[in-house]
Design a binder for this molecule. Structure first.
Ligand code: NAD
Length: 500
């Protein structure tokens, strides 16, 4: 059987790669290779970037009314075809269908935010700052923007970026993850169907070769990256050295602090859904529960009871609540953290390594939900980002120790607290060094009109994605000082201009 090869999408057309390099795309639920994806070489990246560069002048000149009309049309198509995108995600990523649909909807919210770009691009004007002089600011697009995205949200993360960038008048080249490349292609097709002109949104499939070609391309003016911390750091350093604007969001280790006064049943339910939803392959997944004081035994028991009912199975089955991991290599790497936890003296309460749906020889990349108690900060299971269904419990004596633990961790996307004490919640919110804080909310992903992003090693650059930060990142501000009437003046004044 010949396998389909996922192509680039350039100038509103499917463009097969000519590089002769491909990567396998799996169905993680069966372990089968279902497709290949063509991996761009530098020449193909140049083709995509040059097409977007050629489209920039006309697109940035297109009226706001016309640009937003196309965005609204895209929104309608996406609303109609959200299930199609979700199915592709489940086929290639493995997450359950309801979760895949959820990510499409969260991406759609950013698109809806971008539909209001006319409000967001307003400048400001100060009248009569000096005699007959006004000062005003305008926001303009920056040019060709590159987006480089991870496997875990193949629709939502690209949609954090390209709707806002394009609405603001930029053109965009997306390099999605080679592990699940089809959702990006479909989104580009749908946007094109909505009336987007050629070259405004191109998708180039690829790996490090394509990324390096984008980073080195002089016509790429800005890079938005989301992925793991080592690559985020690499992207930030390389793109910045080449004078590009860059935002690079990295990995995470999200803590959920549970105080002794918390509603233990609620906290346990929240921990189970936030740790094992999407098999823990979320940058906002809870991977550490910090049990404060006497709450630990009751909390661990409640988590254990609730996770025992978790229905693990292929993503396309409605009954499945958690699917497989993305690749066999990733599954084995995640499982190895349970091995190391045992070696290093933690207490494994639930062990997913021998889940019945998993076999060493063949089959899907399943790993059962795992719970590890009595974890200490020096253990690998605590220190590393695991990105799988492994929840660590660290027991601390008091609230201050919990805060110190979270703040000492190099990662910091989200952090959550579960308590009935408003004062404690407020203290947490103020003192925690994280980009996003949840109060009795385990996964505090902000709505589209706020911005998403972490701190410390979870973010390289100054701006978060979407919301107002997104608009700031994809535009440059120009301040104009203007004098009308432009009266004739005698002589040349060499003094520094002063406002009178
Ligand atoms: P990854 O860093 O391996 O890959 C991300 C992108 O970088 C992909 O497009 C990939 O092709 C490219 N890439 C990979 N290796 C590269 C290299 N050596 N040089 C240049 N480019 C390279 O990440 P992933 O495994 O696809 O995704 C999971 C990671 O993403 C996790 O660490 C997760 O926490 C993180 N993530 C973070 C956020 C966030 O908002 N902070 C959101 C989603 C995912």
């Amino acid at each position: 059987m010949t396998l389909e090869i996922v192509s680039h999408f350039i100038d509103k057309k499917s463009v097969p790669s000519r590089s002769n390099r491909t990567s396998e795309v799996f169905n993680p639920a069966t372990g089968e290779v279902t497709k290949l994806v063509g991996l761009a070489d530098a020449r193909e990246v140049d083709e995509a970037v040059s097409s977007s560069a050629a489209a920039f002048e006309s697109w940035s000149d297109t009226s706001l009314a016309q640009r937003t009309r196309i965005l609204f049309a895209f929104r309608e198509i996406l609303e109609e075809r959200a299930q199609d995108v979700a199915k592709l995600i489940t086929q290639e990523h493995g997450k359950v269908l309801s979760d895949a649909l959820g990510e499409v909807k969260r991406g759609q919210e950013v698109l809806e935010f971008a539909c209001g770009i006319s409000q967001l691009l307003k400048g400001s004007l100060s009248d009569q700052v000096s005699k007959d002089v006004d000062t005003y600011s305008i926001r303009q697009p920056i040019g060709v923007v590159a987006g480089i995205t991870p496997f875990n949200f193949p629709a939502m993360v690209p949609m954090w970026m390209f709707p806002i960038a394009i609405a603001a008048g930029n053109t965009f080249v997306l390099k999605p993850s080679e592990k699940d490349p089809s959702a990006s292609f479909l989104l580009a097709e749908m946007f094109s169907e909505a009336g987007l002109p050629e070259g405004v949104f191109n998708v180039v499939q690829g790996d490090k070769v394509a990324v390096d070609a984008l980073l080195g391309h002089p016509k790429v003016k800005a890079v938005s990256f989301v992925g793991s911390t080592p690559i985020a750091r690499y992207i930030y350093e390389n793109a910045a050295t080449k004078g590009k604007r860059v935002q690079a969001l990295g990995g995470a280790k999200n803590h959920m602090v549970v105080l002794p006064d918390a509603d233990v049943e609620n906290a346990a339910s929240a921990a189970v859904s936030a740790a094992y939803g999407s098999a823990g392959e979320r940058c906002m997944a809870i991977s550490v529960v910090v049990a404060v004081g006497g709450v630990a035994d009751e909390l661990v028991a409640a988590i254990q009871t609730k996770m025992a009912n978790l229905n693990i199975g292929p993503g396309e089955l409605i009954s499945s609540e958690m699917g497989p991991l993305v690749t066999r290599a990733h599954r084995d790497r995640v499982a190895s953290y349970i091995d190391s936890a045992v070696r290093q003296g933690a207490k494994v309460i639930a062990d997913g390594r021998n889940h019945p749906l998993y076999s060493v020889e063949s089959g899907g990349f399943f790993l059962g939900a795992s719970l590890v108690d009595e974890v200490r900060p020096e253990m690998d299971v605590y220190r590393d980002e695991i990105f799988g269904p492994v929840l660590a419990v660290v027991r601390v004596e008091d609230f201050q120790q919990a805060i110190d633990l979270v703040n000492a961790n190099p990662y910091s996307n989200g952090a959550a607290i579960f308590t009935r004490d408003g004062g404690a919640a407020r203290r947490f919110q103020r003192s925690i060094d994280a980009g996003m804080v949840g109060i009795n909310v385990p996964i505090p992903v902000p709505v589209a009109y706020y911005s998403f992003g972490g701190a410390k090693d979870s973010l390289f650059g100054d701006t978060h994605v979407h919301g107002e930060d997104g608009v700031r990142f994809y535009t440059k501000v120009k301040a104009v000082t203007s004098r009308w009437p432009a009266e004739h003046r005698e002589g040349v004044d060499f003094g520094f201009p002063q406002n009178r």
